[in-house]
Design a protein around this ligand. Structure first.
Ligand SMILES: [Zn+2]
Ligand SMILES: [Zn+2]
Length: 110
């Protein structure tokens, strides 16, 4: 959340059951680094799902990060690895979102 209001303010938590599923699915991940307080990373949006980063410390050759999503008034119930958004700004700033994310790139909202 930032004072400029350029980020969606939806927040959620990682349900314990889903955290267990994440650790079972990817037993090699560092459980201390799994995000449990989730905040939507997208620019403000009035419809669609919210997205948050769960884990971004995979070793090569896994490319990308683990993401989850949720609807308003619901808890996250799925997770999946998405490649990073490959788009860079005219000043070569990388976008911190996933491939084919909805909304603006991170460098467009800074
Ligand atoms: Zn959102
Ligand atoms: Zn992007």
């Amino acid at each position: 959340m930032n004072s400029l209001g350029q980020q969606c303010e939806s927040a959620s938590i990682l349900p314990p059951q889903m955290r267990r599923e994440v650790l079972q699915t990817y037993p090699s991940i560092d459980r201390r680094l799994v995000e449990e307080d989730l905040a939507c990373v997208l620019a403000p949006h009035t419809d669609g799902e919210h997205y948050a980063l769960l884990y971004d410390h995979f070793p090569a050759p896994i490319m990308g990060a683990l993401w989850t999503r949720w609807q308003d008034d619901e808890l996250p119930d799925s997770f999946w690895i998405r490649p990073d958004c490959p788009t860079t700004s005219p000043h070569s700033d990388a976008c911190a979102h996933f491939l084919a994310h909805p909304g603006a790139h991170t460098w467009e909202t800074r």
